[in-house]
Design a binder for this molecule. Structure first.
Ligand code: PEP
Length: 250
């Protein structure tokens, strides 16, 4: 993984045929990107996305995985299964999974462990709810999420982890964190990682901002010294908008 990474999180959108069409539209627009580009697609779109991105500079991510390799877990998909089909990355701990599907810091840590053991790269999402920001505990919340998820992750394995700072109040709401707010928390995450490992590991870590990043505000957010990329929801569903964000990540 390079330092700057722009990843799309398509959430529960696009059929396989629509995924192929969107990726085909995107390919020429991001062919000369100076950052890494990833599309995070629904499980059923993974074969189509892998086929459409073959031989291109676009990587493919899943949006979740189970921590066990196999077993009696109806409806779940393991990291080993993703790896076997050629998926490179998995998004873990997204706030929608924490809010609607019961993911906790502990199960996110288990998923991170399972994904790294299977050889996947991880985009680990952390971020505070609006009430937590208003109570002044953003730093504590994000540091705790980071520390628990990285418990047991070695410095070598950390090279396969990206952390995405996603304030929950900014996801899908159109309310973006200001560039200063985004940078402040990304810097805090970096300091937390420096405390867990060392300065060099923290400096090498890619920290993304996510939360209503779009073609209009990306350049400002991505210009911040501690923001090394973006995790993009809504704007990732429009090839042109997504490519403008990719172009802004220099
Ligand atoms: C996301 O889903 O991770 C996200 C940041 O969504 P949006 O860009 O739509 O706020």
């Amino acid at each position: 993984m390079g330092k700057y990474v722009i990843a799309g999180n398509w959430k529960m959108n696009k059929t396989p045929a629509e995924a192929t069409a969107l990726i085909n539209e995107l390919k020429p627009l991001v062919a000369n990107a100076s950052c890494d580009v990833i599309v995070g697609v629904p499980f059923v779109d993974l074969p189509a996305a892998l086929e459409a991105t073959a031989g291109t500079n676009i990587g493919v991510a899943a949006q979740n995985c189970h921590w066990k390799e196999s077993g009696a877990y109806t409806g779940e998909i393991s990291a080993a299964m993703l790896k076997a089909m050629g998926v490179g990355t998995v998004i873990l701990g997204h706030s929608e999974r924490r809010t609607y599907f019961g993911d906790t810091n502990e199960t996110v840590a288990q998923r991170v462990r399972g994904a790294l053991d299977a050889g996947l790269n991880v985009i680990l999402c952390v971020g505070e709810y609006l009430e937590q920001r208003e109570q002044g505990v953003t730093g504590e919340v994000v540091a705790m999420q980071t520390k628990i998820a990285l418990g047991g992750v070695s410095e070598e394995e950390l090279k396969r982890v990206i952390i995405a700072y996603e304030p929950v109040w900014a996801i899908g709401t159109g309310k973006t964190a200001t560039a200063e707010q985004a940078n402040e928390v990304c810097a805090l995450i970096r300091a937390t990682v420096a405390g867990l490992y060392n300065d060099a590991a923290a400096k090498a870590l890619t920290i993304q901002y996510g939360g209503s990043m779009n073609a209009g505000n990306a350049a400002d957010l991505l210009a911040q010294p501690d923001v090394d990329g973006g995790l993009i929801g809504g704007a990732a569903l429009k090839a042109n908008d997504f490519s403008i964000i990719v172009a802004a990540a220099k």
